[in-house]
Unconditional design. Structure first.
Length: 262
């Protein structure tokens, strides 16, 4: 089967994606694309299928139907590890770091693993300079320089989330799949992380699929918003048009206890 071509402005394209769990349809007939250098947030009530959709994009789940194309290559059946090495990285709702290792060690492990270089006493030190450089750059990007020698176990939860974001970026990741990166954070911490995510797009040119329940954050940093409802994608549009969409308003006012998208 020929791989569907995608436009030059797109990095990722999903066609007719479907997934069922024990004959229960969780995802049904989703068409979706992610443009270069954009944040596309995925919103919807609990149980809409948002995390399942992200699991399909990352390779944690395999669809029953449909195709996922990344850079004109079908990745539908590729493992999460293979997708990660191609530049598509996933974060989770909970931190996924080595708590008893330092910030520096965590980031370096991730960078070194993605460069496929194991430490060896006989390997020339020059072979590791690119790894050291990228590790330092990511720590600086997350503003964690003062904490780089601290154990992650001793960090505040918000700081642990920043470490995980650095791990997600390791190896030059081009597409980030972020599952509620502000979960468990205070209002101030959430706004800081959201601004950092926006800066990653504007300054580093990464593209992001972003699951988030905080509508203020979603509408403030997204280029487009995709609205899911019972496993289907209802609309994908600019924040302004999604905000005005009557169907979206009905879902949020009816299904989410009166929460508005205003």
């Amino acid at each position: 089967m020929a791989v569907q071509e995608i436009s030059a402005s797109q990095l990722l394209k999903v066609t007719d994606l479907a997934f069922a769990y024990r004959k229960i349809r969780v995802i049904e007939g989703i068409d979706f694309h992610l443009n270069r250098g954009e944040i596309c947030s995925v919103i919807g009530p609990n149980g809409a299928g948002k995390t399942t959709f992200l699991n399909l994009l990352s390779g944690k789940l395999v669809p029953n139907r449909g195709e996922i194309v990344y850079r004109n290559r079908s990745i539908t059946r590729l493992s999460p590890e293979a997708r990660r090495h191609l530049g598509l990285a996933r974060s989770f709702q909970i931190t996924n770091i080595f708590l008893h290792k330092t910030v520096y060690e965590n980031v370096r492990f991730a960078v070194q693993g993605l460069h496929k270089k194991r430490y060896a006493m006989w390997r020339p030190i020059d072979d590791y300079r690119d790894i050291e450089k990228e590790t330092e750059e990511l720590i600086h990007l997350m503003n964690l320089q003062a904490l780089k020698n601290a154990r992650c176990l001793d960090l505040a939860y918000a700081e642990q989330r920043l470490v995980e974001l650095a791990l997600t970026l390791a190896g030059g990741a081009e597409v980030l799949l972020l599952d509620e990166p502000t979960a468990g954070l205070s209002l101030e911490e959430s706004r800081y992380v959201a601004a950092l995510i926006r800066r990653l797009v504007d300054e580093r040119g990464v593209s992001i699929v972003f699951i988030e329940h905080d509508m203020d954050i979603v509408f403030s940093i997204s280029d487009r918003i995709a609205v899911m409802y019972y496993g289907k994608l209802l609309v994908t549009d600019t924040p302004e048009r999604v905000r005005q969409n009557e169907q979206v308003q009905k879902i949020y006012l009816g299904e989410m206890g009166g929460e508005s998208v205003q």
